[in-house]
Design a protein around this ligand. Structure first.
Ligand code: FAD
Ligand code: NA7
Length: 609
């Protein structure tokens, strides 16, 4: 790593070092081979005091650290020891302080928090962060509590497990997994139809059993939760199944499901409380409707279903329910997949429509009434046109609300801790190190304002945050060019900018869009969906035709998009895609042969491979 020769870099490094000094009772900057450093580390071991060590010879920019430490303390040599934010000095000074008792005095100045780190919320981000902090030797606790939905669902409530000889409730809420498994159930249904064309013969009527699927999916979630518990135990994270709220900036109250209150303090906190589905605020919504939090453990088949909302949760759920053979209608207030590339969104929607999903466009529900109780029962939905005053009515067995999710930040006592929240959406603003306006409180995952709401993003942010706080790392979470996939029946993978956003940012004249329809080989024999799959890249003409938007509509979109996500992180250009040899016969190879630009209006239909 070259020396830092600019003020920004120097300031960042200074902050990083200061953060390490502030976050650790004992902080030792050391070199792994130095006998004086070993002597100091042995002393703390003997005193049974946790000490955080950064070995400057083992990190990439150790020399820059050493230069900065010289600037900050006047000492260049190692070890360079700090106790409770006080600079002690090198080996001789530390030994002397031990001898004259001042070292013990400095150590006892510790504000004596119960934990180095408390993480509130044990979902994707919270678990990753707490495990990493514990692996770096910190005393870490994670609190997690799933408030039941109005329908009474707490994920895995029924999944009681025996662990360390004790029964406990499994409560981790990871909704992506059941969603993908149910999508896979639908994909298998289509594959079965295709199978006959490939010569498979099965005479009996093919039916789907909701309960079997639900049980299998929930059992798998149970096994995952077991794995999470084992990982937490192995990493020495104290996991507490309780609802946490701040009562002071460094103190929280934890309330368990029996209402018992316990209080904990920590030097640092990470907020990772995620989001929960929003309701409509119309008569009957909470009483009779379900949300995605209920759907994946619904004990009975939902039957004829109305999905309200048109973003990815709505389209994914509507898509797989239709794939199971159910009668599905999606009520769309305005557009499909707001925020995604609209050309792609409409193509994904058209494909759903062609495969039997009904769309009620430009309507919003105004009232839900129960006609018949049951599992499922029958509901009457009254909806109003967004363009006229027309009212329509429809009867459904189930109404699934997917109109967005609210950040779980309103009941966490953030006012007591002084953490600022965006009043418009309840989300938290952080700097590029996930630090809130209160220096010892950090936030990650879905509750962040203006960041991606995706599991791997929450995990990455949590892991890197712990490494920066306790491991001397400088790596920040990169929120740019995050690949993602919408698991609609025809899957949509994307990375980078939508065409709409790229045009806004760069202007149409500075962009070249290459695109093509394609027909996956596996669709050809069954004669399915010819020229429905679509590939598109958006290139920045001002920057060497760098790919700034990648869009793929077709099978296995997640698998395809992941690799192109890596390429985009490496700054892939159109020329590099062209010089890449494709894998034949695959869908992804289309990206190595794109030669029709959208502006040319050229023919993009394909007749085969
Ligand atoms: P969460 O994982 O939501 O965890 C927060 C946890 O904190 C919860 O357990 C909550 O109960 C708990 N909690 C809240 N308040 C408190 C409190 N005060 N005290 C204690 N505990 C508390 N992402 C993908 O990457 N791929 C997908 O395919 C995908 N599919 C999705 C499908 C659906 C239907 C939904 C709704 C989301 C999907 N997501 C997907 C998004 C993904 O689930 C989130 O981005 C991710 O879970 C965010 O992680 P998090 O750590 O911020 O919060
Ligand atoms: P989103 O992405 O917030 O989208 C909400 C959708 O619901 C969107 O289509 C909205 O239409 C629609 N909506 C919002 N309010 C209403 C009302 N009152 N009536 C009808 N339709 C409405 O929510 P998701 O649930 O799909 O996903 C949220 C996050 O959860 C996501 O980022 C993942 O992390 C998981 P609009 O376009 O505004 O007209």
């Amino acid at each position: 790593m070259p020396p830092i020769d600019n003020d920004t870099g120097k300031n960042e490094l200074k902050c990083r070092i200061q953060q390490l000094i502030d976050s650790n009772q004992v902080m030792v900057f050391s070199k792994s081979y130095c006998p004086f450093c070993i002597k100091v580390k042995d002393l703390f071991k003997e005193l049974q005091v946790d000490c955080n060590v950064v070995e400057l010879d083992l990190i990439e920019d150790g020399t820059n650290y050493q230069e900065m430490l010289l600037e900050m303390t006047g000492q260049k040599t190692v070890p360079n020891v700090f106790i409770n934010k006080t600079h002690v000095g090198g080996c001789d000074n530390t030994m002397k302080a031990h001898k004259d008792g001042s070292l013990q005095q400095l150590l006892s100045n510790n504000e004596a928090y119960d934990y180095d780190l408390i993480v509130i919320g044990g979902g994707s981000g919270g678990l990753a962060c707490s495990k990493e902090a514990a692996a770096l030797g910190k005393k870490a606790m994670v609190l997690d509590y799933v408030v039941p939905t109005p329908k009474g669902t707490t994920w895995g409530k029924s999944l009681m497990c025996l662990f360390w000889g004790r029964m406990f409730f499994v409560i981790f809420l990871n909704i992506c997994i059941p969603k993908k498994l149910m999508h896979q159930t639908a994909v298998l249904g289509t594959a079965m139809q295709d199978a006959r064309k490939f010569g498979w013969e099965f005479d009996e009527t093919v039916k789907h059993n909701w309960e079997t699927m639900k049980t299998a999916v929930n059992n798998y979630i149970g096994s995952l939760n077991w794995g999470y518990r084992v990982a937490l135990r192995d990493k020495n994270v104290n996991y507490v199944n309780a609802y946490a709220e701040f009562i002071e900036p460094h103190k929280i109250k934890a309330t368990n499901k029996r209402g018992k209150e316990t209080f904990y303090t920590a030097a640092k906190f990470v907020l990772a409380t995620g989001e929960r589905p929003r309701y409509l605020g119309i008569p009957g919504d909470k009483e009779y409707c379900i949300t995605s939090d209920d759907l994946f453990s619904l004990p009975h088949c939902p039957g004829k279903t109305l999905v309200i909302g048109a973003s990815y949760v709505a389209l994914e759920c509507g898509g797989f329910l239709a794939g199971l053979g159910l009668d599905v209608t999606i009520m769309v207030r305005s557009i499909l997949l707001r925020g995604f590339d609209q050309d792609m969104a409409n193509r994904a929607g058209e494909h759903m429509e062609e495969h039997g999903v009904k769309f009620l466009r430009k309507y919003v529900p105004v009232k839900i009434e129960e006609l018949e109780a049951g599992t499922p029962g029958k509901l009457k939905v009254t909806a109003k046109s967004t363009e006229t005053d027309e009212l329509i009515e429809g009867e459904y067995n189930t109404v699934l609300i997917a109109v967005g999710r609210d950040a779980c930040t309103d009941k966490v006592g953030l006012d007591k801790a002084g953490v600022k929240v965006n009043p418009k959406n309840g989300k938290i603003s952080v700097n590029d190190e996930e630090q809130t306006n209160v220096p010892h409180i950090y936030a990650i995952g879905d509750i962040l304002d203006g960041k991606w709401e995706l599991t791997p993003v929450a995990i990455q942010a949590g892991k890197l945050l712990a490494r920066r706080l306790y491991g001397g790392s400088t790596l920040k979470c990169d929120y740019v060019n995050v690949p993602t996939t919408v698991f609609t029946p025809l899957e949509y993978g994307s990375c980078g900018l939508s065409e709409d956003r790229a045009t806004e940012l760069y202007g149409q004249d500075n962009l070249e869009v290459f695109h093509s329809l394609f027909w996956p080989l596996e669709f050809t024999v069954p004669g399915r969906d010819n020229n429905k799959c679509y590939a598109k890249i958006i290139c920045n003409k001002l920057d060497n035709d760098r790919v700034i938007g990648f869009h793929y509509l077709g099978p296995n979109a997640g698998e395809v998009t992941q690799g192109f996500g890596v390429a985009m992180k490496c700054g892939a250009t159109k020329e590099q895609l062209d010089s890449t040899i494709g894998i034949h016969p695959t869908c992804a190879e289309i990206f190595t042969t794109l030669d029709v630009t959208k502006s040319s209006g050229g023919d993009i239909t394909q007749s085969g491979c």
